[in-house]
Each structure stands twice: as structure tokens, then as C-alpha cells.
Design a protein. Structure first.
Length: 216
């Protein structure tokens, strides 16, 4: 298994590509201009990958900027929670709020709904869906199950970061839900590796230590 991270758009959002040497799953495609889109497409072409799935942890604009590129190029329809449907539908409005006017309108209006506990299998890549509302109502994390006794990998979106958590003061945010979601995440094994929507890599053990006396 290979994992590649790109940092895209003015919000410094992390986009991930996970592949098994042939098929690839993309998480939170945030490329916001032609140059960033080309970086992503060049990597896919150079590695001779076939994108087969697009997973969204949530539908804030910076995490779905590149969804249209993947829809047009590969026909990928995002996986995400229906509880974030208002954010998916308000993509252009979100761009207006931040004064972003040069983003192509989304032509895809559909999605694949995910719920807590779902297991998504794409070839030999297997992800467990963990519902973690708080940053948005439909925030989810994707837990990638690994092999050979290696630590599992949690793609946490904007729920948990290295030494931090996602904002809850934005529209649809909820502080009480976020507290519950952080407690839920911190029950995962210590060696679970966290790849978040912004910032650097961390682990459950490190975040459990940091969060003591912080938010739970």
C-alpha cells in the first residue's frame, strides 16, 4: 500500500491518495485551481493508477474543491454523510462567503451515503466509517485497515488534528457533539496513525495525552 499527501488551496487542506499499486482511493480532494489539479492528475498518471473511489470526510468547500475535477475526469461520485447534504448543496455559496469566484460550478449533484459502522471495500483497500459530528453534522472519519500487524490509519478530516480539534463556531458546528466525537476517537488503539485534514501526522496515543485536561 502507498499513501501520498498533497497540500492544496488557500486553506492548506490535506488531500490523500491511497493505492495498492494499481487502484487508488482519494480522500478530500481539495485542488482549487488548474495547477493543483494538474499536480494531482500528473501523480495519478505517473504512478499508473486507476482512481476508483472518492471519500469526503465532510463537505466544507476546502475539502470538495477538487470533486468536480474527479467527476469530470474519472466519473467519481463522492462518498459522504447525508447529514452534510446542506453543505454539499451550498458549495457555490460557501465559495461566495470567502470571496472565491474562480472555482468551476459543481455539475455532480449526487453522492454515496455513508453511515457509522459501514465498511467500504475498494479492491483490497478496506475503510471503516466512524461518524464524528461536531465540526459539521455529517463529519466522518475513515479508518483504513492495514495488514501484517501494522497500525491502522485514521483519516480524520477536521475532527481531530495534531494537538487540536476542528472548529465548532462555523455554521452547523456543535461543541457538545465534538466533545463526544473526540472521546469516541480516543478509544482507538494507541498506535493508530492519524492523517488529518490540516497539519501534520500524529497518533491516538499522542492525542490522548494532549487532550487530557484540554477538551475532555
Amino acid at each position: 500500500m502507498n499513501l501520498q499527501r498533497f497540500m492544496f488551496n488557500p486553506f492548506a487542506e490535506n488531500t490523500y491518495i491511497i493505492d495498492n499499486g494499481h487502484n487508488a482511493v482519494i480522500i478530500d480532494c481539495g485542488c482549487s485551481n488548474d495547477n493543483e489539479a494538474q499536480q494531482l492528475l500528473n501523480y495519478i498518471q505517473e504512478q499508473q493508477l486507476k482512481p476508483i473511489a472518492l471519500l469526503n470526510t465532510h463537505f466544507h468547500l476546502d475539502h470538495q474543491f477538487g470533486n468536480e475535477t474527479l467527476f469530470q475526469k474519472y466519473g467519481l461520485i463522492p462518498y459522504g454523510s447525508e447529514r452534510d447534504l446542506p453543505l454539499m448543496k451550498s458549495y457555490e455559496q460557501q465559495c461566495d462567503w470567502f470571496g472565491i469566484t474562480d472555482i468551476p460550478a459543481s455539475t455532480n449533484k449526487s453522492f454515496n451515503n455513508v453511515s457509522d459502522g459501514d465498511v467500504l471495500k475498494f479492491d483490497d483497500l478496506e475503510f471503516q466509517v466512524i461518524s464524528t459530528p461536531g465540526h459539521t453534522p455529517g463529519c466522518v472519519c475513515y479508518l483504513l485497515k492495514t495488514e501484517d500487524n501494522k497500525p491502522d490509519i485514521l483519516f480524520s478530516g477536521d475532527t481531530i488534528f495534531k494537538n487540536g480539534i476542528g472548529r465548532t463556531d462555523l455554521p452547523y458546528g456543535n461543541w457538545s457533539d465534538m466533545q463526544d466525537s473526540i472521546k469516541k476517537i480516543l478509544t482507538l488503539p494507541d498506535d493508530t496513525i492519524i492523517f488529518s485534514g490540516h497539519g501534520e501526522v500524529t497518533t491516538i496515543a499522542a492525542e490522548r495525552l494532549w487532550h487530557v485536561g484540554q477538551v475532555i
